[in-house]
Design a protein around this ligand. Structure first.
Ligand code: PRT
Ligand code: ZN
Length: 293
């Protein structure tokens, strides 16, 4: 029977959430001792646990059909490979958020990409940085480093850096200031972008439907409340991302009804307060575990 292979990061920032997403799709794995290959037990999808940088090339080279990796890494490889046929983003995922930013020494007068023409920019993302700068008409001298980019300006080997930032702590610790965001990145699910062989495509479609279900469920909440009939229109407006709420009669109180709705956007305290203000009572917000449209 045919099987699919999915590559995820072995250990690092994306590992846990990548695995959790697949487990949320009902996938269970027999973990092998060397931990590089996990056999899918009740769904024919196996895992490859590798360095994140290897994932795009593994998909392009046909080692696996799918992989979860940062858009920063995937885009770097695609640009490096002149468009990188055989790699295409299938789903954006809500983790691994970071930004590729330009930073300069606190004392530098450079205030953005505009000041970088002819200047040295150190980065581990040379193709992506060059492309993003040249889109703004800036031709900088790219200094490619394998890591520890943040120390380059202090060592005098670069005037600026283009590096990943999430909290900004690393920049501050190295007396650097962020002057421009070049690229916003999240983790994403990548595939080849081409139809798979006949025996594998239905499997991929099934897995994608489950992934969509998990992604939608993560964002969704099930809201139940009681409301005066007269306020139903107003209440439907307040419920974030709700389609067609279900209405139920409340025994003995003809002017009040129970409303049940799936909200596909975050439900915050502000929404509950607004619902109460519109006359709702007995408001309950429940998590949604699985969804299949
Ligand atoms: O071993 P392997 O090659 O698999 O792992 P890795 O060390 O290359 O990757 P890892 O686990 O550090 O990052 C994997 C992916 O997580 C990246 O490719 C990004 O898509 C995403 N990501 C999200 C980040 C960050 N946030 C992040 N903050 N990757 C790196 N960083 C770095 C940042 O550059 C800085 O040096 O973390 C440091 C701390 O950031 P601050 O701003 O919070 O100080
Ligand atoms: Zn890496």
């Amino acid at each position: 029977m045919s099987r699919l292979r999915v590559a995820i990061q072995k250990s690092g920032r994306l590992s846990e959430k990548s695995l959790a997403l697949l487990q949320g799709c009902g996938l269970r794995f027999a973990r092998s001792k060397d931990k590089l290959f996990w056999y899918g037990k009740d769904f024919p999808v196996d895992l490859l646990l590798v360095r994140d940088d290897d994932i795009p090339r593994m998909i392009m080279g046909g080692v696996c059909e799918l992989g979860i990796v940062g858009e920063n890494v995937a885009n770097e490889v695609m640009l490096d490979r002149n468009g990188g046929t055989g790699l295409s983003s299938l789903r954006k995922l809500d983790f691994g958020h970071c930004r590729l930013s330009l930073a300069v020494p606190e004392s530098s007068g450079i205030s953005g990409a505009g000041g970088l023409d002819g200047k040295r920019v150190a980065t581990t993302y040379p193709a992506l940085t060059r492309e993003l700068l040249s889109r703004q008409g800036i031709e900088a001298r790219i200094v490619e480093l394998a890591g520890s980019v943040e120390i380059a300006p202090g060592l005098g080997t670069a005037d600026a850096i283009a590096d990943l930032v999430s909290t900004g702590t690393t920049l501050r610790a190295n007396h650097l200031k962020e002057v421009e965001v070049l690229f916003e990145s999240t983790a994403a699910l990548y595939g080849t972008g081409q139809a798979l062989p006949e025996d594998k495509q239905p499997l991929l479609d099934r897995l994608l439907a489950r992934i969509d279900g998990v992604l939608q469920a993560q964002e969704s909440k099930y809201v139940m409340l009681h409301a005066p009939r007269a306020a139903l229109e107003r209440i439907a407006e307040i419920l974030p991302g709700a389609e067609h709420p279900t209405l139920m009669e409340l025994e003995g109180t003809p002017d009040r009804v129970a409303v049940h709705a799936v909200c596909r956007e975050g439900v915050f305290w502000e929404h509950l307060e607004a619902l109460k203000g519109a006359g709702a009572s007995a408001i309950l917000v429940l998590p949604v575990e699985k969804m299949l449209a």
